[in-house]
Design a protein around this ligand. Structure first.
Ligand SMILES: [Zn+2]
Length: 372
């Protein structure tokens, strides 16, 4: 299957084997790929490749996998609001990023790429390192020096080369772009294949709900790779006639890094503090796909919710008390549930995506406990 990369800004097209990671005009690229989805044709075990008909892979039967399975939709209650928690932190490397890494690494293999560069606050670095190791690809990972050691150790354990960069995520991205002059920049923040992997979560959720769309989906948003994957999958399912309306997509950000709120208010997002913020996984000051994130929120009648550190800590503890140990970035999405207290119809099913495992944030959670 040959696909074309297309620039939504200037219309420029690139054959996929040109392995461009952004358009010459500076915009992100999308994939010109419109699969036909038919739930009646699904077969095989409950895994990523169950949705191979909507994945842009030429040889899905040859794909490298860790034998992933559907993550549970777990019934929980926060602030008196019943929610369905999508337990993506239970994927192989402990975060939802496995979905995108699975797709991107397998695409790299199909394109004959043997060396990649990625920059990340942690979870996508771990996922890319693990799937690269599985597929025999040499991975160079750039992470901010101050990041949680739980994640840097995990990246190194998979065998990737870790480059610790002084400064914040933006400094890291610049260093990775420089290194990418000599090998493929597999940036989850830019790459459309990553989104075609993360979209599997909404196919799973829909199948788990017997193809009845929930009312609201609450997602933590940094670069938007989960929200945009969900948006992509929803559009495909609407085209296929599987759904007639979109669930409202709610994008959650931290008060310390809220470019969506700032954009709505016509303000620039301030520089990030030197030390990592509590919800470090969503500390992206200028998400490359900002325009697409706003489109997803607007087209679904969704909204942006900004939460405080205090709310994140309370949500993290409330989740742990129900047996679910998540990292602060995921707790940000849980904290946003409070916003919906008393505002929902009974039939409005609420999904909250739990994106990363608490064990990946041990030093950060230790700080929380020491300070409270
Ligand atoms: Zn362009």
């Amino acid at each position: 299957m040959n696909s074309t990369l297309i620039c939504p800004s200037c219309g420029m097209q690139y054959p996929e084997d040109e392995v461009a990671w952004r358009c010459r005009c500076g915009s992100y690229l999308d994939l010109a790929f419109t699969p036909r989805f038919d739930p009646a044709c699904l077969e095989g075990p409950e895994c990523f490749l169950r949705y191979k008909s909507v994945l842009p892979l030429s040889f899905p039967e040859k794909a490298f996998t860790f034998g992933e399975r559907f993550t549970p939709l777990h019934s929980m209650v926060f602030y008196g609001v019943p929610v369905w928690a999508k337990m993506d932190f239970l994927l192989t490397t402990g975060s939802f990023k496995d979905r995108g890494a699975f797709m991107m690494v397998n695409k790299c293999r199909e394109l004959g790429i043997t060396r990649i560069v990625e920059d990340s606050s942690g979870n996508s670095a771990c996922a890319m390192a693990a799937y690269s190791a599985l597929a025999g690809i040499e991975a160079h990972i750039f992470m901010p020096r101050g990041n949680s050691s739980a994640k840097t150790v995990q990246v190194r354990t998979y065998g990737a080369t870790l480059h610790k960069i002084p400064g914040n995520r933006a400094d890291c991205a610049r260093a990775a772009e420089e290194a990418a002059k000599n090998c493929y920049y597999a940036a989850h923040t830019w790459n459309p294949y990553f989104l075609h992997g993360t979209k599997t979560v909404i196919y799973e959720i829909m199948e788990q709900f017997l193809w009845q769309a929930p009312g609201v989906i609450i997602v933590p948003v940094g670069s938007g790779s989960q929200l945009l994957g969900i948006w992509l999958g929803l559009q495909e399912m609407k085209k296929a006639g599987v759904i007639s309306r979109y669930p409202r997509l709610v994008a959650v950000q931290s008060e310390h890094c809220a470019p969506l709120k700032n954009h709505r208010e016509g303000q620039l997002t301030p520089q990030l503090p030197k030390d990592p913020i509590l919800a470090e996984g969503i500390a992206i000051r200028q998400p490359p796909r900002m325009r697409q994130i706003l489109e997803a929120i607007n087209e679904t009648g969704g909204e942006t919710v900004t939460v405080t550190d205090r709310q994140i800590v309370d949500a993290l503890k409330a989740s742990a008390r129900q047996g679910v140990y998540i990292e602060p970035t995921s707790a940000a999405a849980v904290a946003a549930v409070e916003h919906y207290k008393g505002r929902l119809h009974k039939e409005d099913r609420v999904v909250v995506t739990l994106t990363g495992h608490g064990l990946k944030a041990t030093p950060r959670i230790e700080q929380i406990l020491d300070n409270s």
